[in-house]
Design a protein. Structure first.
Length: 121
C-alpha cells in the first residue's frame, strides 16, 4: 500500500519478543483494523490475550491462534458472550447478554452451547 507521495504505508506493526524469527512471548500486533495484545508461541496467539476489531473485542485465552478456554466477546452493539470456547466456537456453559433501549443489561440466554448454538430445553 502506498500513500499519496508514493511512499509505503505501514500495514502491520509488531512490538514484542521473538524466538527463531517468530513472535514468541508477550507482544503487541496491529494492522489497519485489528489489534492484539497478549501471548504468542511459535508465531501464533497462544495464552491470554486481548483482540479487537471494528466489530468485536475478545478477552481470554488462545490456543494455537484460536479462542480456547473461558473468555468474553463484546460486540460493538453491546451484546456479549461470556463462557467457554473450543477452537473459536462457544462450547459448554456460557451467557449471552444484550443491551435494552435504555442501555441496561439483559440476559438473553444462560446455559449450555454446542457448536456455537444455545441448547434450549
Amino acid at each position: 500500500m502506498f500513500d499519496s507521495d508514493g511512499g509505503n504505508l505501514e500495514i502491520e506493526r509488531y512490538h514484542g519478543k521473538f524466538y527463531e524469527d517468530q513472535y514468541h512471548g508477550y507482544g503487541e500486533w496491529s494492522d489497519l483494523i485489528n489489534r492484539y495484545r497478549g501471548e504468542y508461541q511459535n508465531g501464533l496467539k497462544h495464552g491470554d490475550g486481548l483482540f479487537s476489531t471494528n466489530k468485536y473485542t475478545y478477552e481470554g485465552p488462545y490456543k494455537q491462534n484460536a479462542m480456547h478456554g473461558k473468555g468474553k466477546i463484546t460486540y460493538q452493539d453491546g451484546r456479549t458472550f461470556e463462557g467457554h470456547f473450543v477452537h473459536d466456537v462457544p462450547q459448554g456453559h456460557g451467557r449471552l447478554t444484550s443491551l435494552t433501549a435504555d442501555r441496561s443489561l439483559t440476559i438473553d440466554y444462560e446455559g449450555q452451547f454446542i457448536n456455537g448454538l444455545p441448547v434450549k430445553h
